[in-house]
Design a protein around this ligand. Structure first.
Ligand code: ADE
Length: 347
């Protein structure tokens, strides 16, 4: 494999999204295209199906939808599925890419009735752009402003009735006027091992690799409740199986391959362990503020909050208190660190 150096933005993208730019294409082919193919998130799928069927029956565009949840759980996939099920076009952008009002207006004015406008990381949209979004969402209109000062004039430009789908890992950072303009909000949660195992077996069929049930279960156990991680691990195990075994993914092959990758039996990787050990050894187990952790680990606090912490919180390795993050006894036990043995800073 050719080793590539990533710049800072690419690295952050990789940490947030999990796919290097070259891996992205293969991942796209693993995405389900219909709600029937979609595994897991049953309540979300069921309610979306009802909303889609009702809109189709009325021959109306869907209401605006907001998806909230950690990275890799299927927010973008669902947006594409919705467009597919509605039989409409999807135009995609992201909060940071929409720098000026003009960027947004350029996209909105080209939309046809019923089209989906998908904004990923919508919590990162600049305030001035957000203000153009309000009338666009509510009245399907944008206000052009000509000239400045006393000569300023506005012209209201009508838009076709479109559906905005926003995705965010931080719904709490959305302003309430923006949040309130979504008719439907759905929170995506981590997947259980049973669903992940089914996703892994489906992906294995698509990428043409043999896997047995125990092999899929083992990868599922280590996939941090996240389909994107499951699919990434599957590819690493496939490489290993093809080079070191007879090409078939069994439980033993999965364990050997993932241990070599530094992924432990609960799915924690090097970064997770470094995160926990930093709290334990540098901050005596916590509590510690996120900015201090970010400085010590040399990782942006957004990456810690959006990518690393959600799974550690979900599995109970850390807790968040008003004074900061603390590791739990479960983390000490898992890392085989004896908390009772004197001064932890001496480890
Ligand atoms: N691939 C990634 N996520 C998936 C899901 N939820 N269902 C089926 N295949 C997937």
């Amino acid at each position: 494999m050719i080793k590539k150096e990533y710049n800072k933005d690419e690295k952050k993208h990789y940490l947030l999204n999990g796919d290097s730019p070259s891996e992205k294409k293969e991942t796209l082919s693993l995405r389900p295209l219909t709600l029937d193919e979609y595994i897991g998130q049953e309540r979300v799928v069921k309610t979306l199906k009802i909303a889609i069927d009702a809109a189709l029956k009325r021959k109306e565009p869907l209401e605006h939808i907001l998806f909230n949840g950690p990275p890799g759980l299927g927010k973008t996939t669902l947006a594409h599925i919705i467009a597919n099920e509605m039989g409409t076009k999807i135009i995609t952008s992201s909060g940071p890419a929409l720098e000026k009002g003009g960027d947004l207006i350029g996209l909105l004015t080209h939309m046809e009735r019923g089209d989906i406008f998908f904004i990923d990381e919508i919590h990162r949209i600049p305030k001035i752009v957000e203000e153009f979004l309000y009338p666009a969402m509510e009245d399907f209109a944008v206000d052009f402003i000509f000239d400045k000062g006393v000569h300023a004039r506005t012209h209201r430009y009508r838009l076709e009735q479109f559906t905005l789908i926003g995705a965010t890992t931080r719904a709490g950072l959305l302003s309430s006027p923006l949040r309130e303009r979504f008719g439907i909000t759905r929170d995506l949660d981590f997947y259980d091992e049973k669903d992940l195992s089914r996703i892994i077996k489906r992906s294995a069929r698509i990428i043409n690799v043999s896997i047995d049930n125990e092999g899929a279960d083992e990868i599922a156990k280590r996939a941090r409740g996240t389909p994107r991680v499951a699919n990434r691990l599957l590819k690493r195990v496939r490489d290993y199986a093809q080079v070191k075994a007879d090409g078939i993914i069994t439980k033993d092959v999965a364990i050997d391959a993932l241990t070599l990758e530094g992924i432990d039996e609960l799915g924690l990787g090097d970064i997770d362990r470094r995160f926990l050990k930093t709290i334990i050894f540098n901050y005596k187990g916590g509590p510690v503020g996120i900015e201090a952790l970010s400085a010590t680990l040399q990782l942006e606090s957004d990456v810690l909050i959006e990518v690393i912490e959600p799974y550690l919180l979900k599995t109970g390795f850390i807790i968040r208190t008003s004074q900061g993050r603390k590791v739990t006894d479960k983390a000490f036990k898992h890392l085989k660190i004896d908390k009772t043995k004197g001064d932890l800073t001496l480890f």
